[in-house]
Design a protein. Structure first.
Length: 314
């Protein structure tokens, strides 16, 4: 059984954007959609004092909210099987639990909190650091530049082999019949910045060449892994008499750029449909490590951001 796409809703404009994106994603990859509202969402974000449990008003409002969300999905994507549920918990606990049995969890970058601007909502940040499946965060504003259809950008870390994020990004590009841009950022060490401007053959050129070689090694291993998976999938389809799902080989572009990784990724994602980054699990108790790069792209990316745990198997 294929796991559903889960989307968290709270009635805000941001959650409607997330709902629409999740419905389109579920339709595109032919998965069911599960709409979830945590009835303690507003208490979690400090919008409302604790309610009298004897008053049924909030429960009725929550049920109306998810019913409206379900109807919206049916209007937008009638082919999608959708269920809606109200959970009497705080949103982080609810969505982390949902992530155990989801293909991905989707939510808006901001809830209904009082802080203005491009700040990431507390729910999104907490979930991105604890989820067991990829989390897709939808930005608060529409991008200024139209996205290139099917374009996916992934950040390549220092890991020696293909990360879970890279594997997820390649699968996303394939299912979109699009292209993948693998981005590797590099910087000169601080002590080297004090020297004269770089000359051919200088240390700066060496750092760039090192970044290029690392990127090439990772992508070569990624392509080998993907070829093996495609062959296994084809063998399974042949044995079952199934049809091809339509996803094929992906054109992979290499991008090596000097500068802070978050800045390089945000610029690369300007016309992308999806930006993918990875997160390492620190420990069983402390969840994932969301470093400064992840925080920056979650706050300022012009397109949806997928945070993929390094333990994710797909």
């Amino acid at each position: 059984m294929r796991l559903p796409v889960v989307v968290g809703v709270d009635g805000s404009e941001g959650s409607l954007r997330a709902l629409d994106w999740a419905a389109a994603e579920a339709a595109r990859i032919r998965l069911p959609l599960r709409v979830v509202h945590a009835s303690l969402w507003e208490h979690y974000e400090g919008l409302r004092p604790p309610a009298d449990p004897e008053v049924p008003g909030e429960q009725l409002l929550a049920e109306h909210l998810v019913a409206s969300a379900r109807d919206r999905v049916r209007d937008l994507s009638p082919e999608v099987s959708v269920v809606a549920d109200v959970q009497p918990e705080d949103p982080v606990a609810t969505l982390v639990r949902e992530s155990h049995k989801a293909s991905l969890v989707v939510l808006g970058s901001r809830g209904r909190g009082r802080i203005a601007g491009m700040l990431l909502g507390s729910v999104g940040l907490a979930l991105a650091g604890r989820s067991h499946c990829p989390v897709v965060v939808i930005p608060a504003r529409q991008p200024g530049t139209p996205a290139t259809p099917g374009s996916v950008v992934v950040g390549i870390s220092d890991a020696t082999g293909p990360s879970a994020a890279a594997v997820f990004a390649l699968a996303q590009a394939a299912s979109r019949h699009g292209e993948l841009t693998a981005v590797r950022a590099w910087r000169r060490p601080a002590h080297a910045l004090l020297s004269h401007p770089p000359l051919p053959g200088s240390s700066s050129s060496a750092y760039r060449r090192q970044a290029e070689e690392h990127l090439e090694e990772v992508l070569k291993a990624l392509e080998t892994l993907e070829a093996r998976k495609q062959q296994d999938s084809q063998d399974t389809q042949d044995s079952q008499g199934a049809h091809d799902d339509g996803s094929g080989s992906v054109v992979i572009h290499r991008s090596v750029a000097q500068g802070p990784a978050h800045q390089v990724l945000i610029e690369a994602a300007e016309t992308a449909e999806l930006l993918v980054v990875g997160a390492r699990r620190a420990s069983v108790w402390h969840g994932l490590q969301l470093g400064p790069v992840n925080h920056a792209v979650l706050h300022y990316s012009p397109c949806p951001v997928a945070v993929v745990p390094d333990t994710y198997q797909g």
